[in-house]
Design a protein around this ligand. Structure first.
Ligand code: CA
Length: 226
């Protein structure tokens, strides 16, 4: 991750450079608006930390010129905490704004948040089997587009069955994976949960997806209508 710091005060620039470098970032420093704008416009930085108070070309001018060509995240720094400056910065396309003086951890937290925001969204994690959809992140299950309300255990059980679509799971396997129970005697729990789950995801629909494999366990799969 590459960060460009545009700050004219040598001490402040060095303080930022050192802190960010120690936090594992590749850091470049520009000491005035002209150099900073040139570096930002032509570089491949993941973030720009831009001081408002710069000689000749100030931070607002740098930002407004930069935004004609680049959408790199910009964190603005200023000694002036007035709302007009803040609004002006956001108007010009700043992504965040930090008022001097600040503690380094505060800046680091903003930097991390901005860099995270720029990351592509995590890969799709939705699981599908037939017309069932399970979204483990949002804890949501739907069948044929209809939302299905499930308890935490029912959700875990359905997720397991969908992950193992077409694979027969024994009651013992299911109880150990979903309930962390390792005794055969407790597999009645599984039967009860399967019955509840069927009532929600199979009973209202013509096509049944959860099947009992006699003497073995359960499997979730599409089967041709008999
Ligand atoms: Ca300055």
């Amino acid at each position: 991750m590459k960060i460009l710091i545009i700050e004219d005060e040598p001490k402040a620039a060095e303080y930022l450079r050192k802190g960010l470098a120690e936090s594992g970032y590749a850091v470049e420093v520009a000491h005035n608006g002209t150099d900073g704008l040139h570096a930002a416009a032509n570089g491949d930085h993941d973030l720009v930390v831009l001081d408002v108070m710069l000689p000749v070309i100030d931070g607002f001018a740098v930002l407004s010129a930069l935004r004609t060509s680049k959408q790199v995240p910009v964190l603005m720094l200023t000694a002036r905490g007035n709302t007009d400056d803040k609004l002006r910065g956001f108007d010009l396309g700043a992504d965040d704004y930090l008022v001097k003086p600040f503690q380094f951890p505060e800046l680091l937290a903003r930097v991390k948040a901005l860099l995270k925001r720029g990351q592509p969204a995590p890969a799709e994690s939705v699981l599908r089997a037939a017309d069932l959809e399970i979204d483990p992140v949002r804890h949501r299950a739907t069948r044929a587009g209809q939302r299905i309300d499930l308890s935490a255990k029912e959700f875990a059980l359905l997720t397991l069955l969908v992950q193992k679509t077409g694979e027969v799971l024994s009651r013992t396997q299911i109880s150990s994976l979903v309930w962390d129970i390792h005794f055969d005697s407790d597999t009645n729990v599984v039967e009860v949960a399967i019955r509840r789950l069927r009532a929600k995801i199979d009973d209202p629909f013509d096509e049944k997806l959860i099947h009992t494999v006699r003497g073995v366990g359960y499997v979730l799969e599409r089967r041709a209508a008999v």
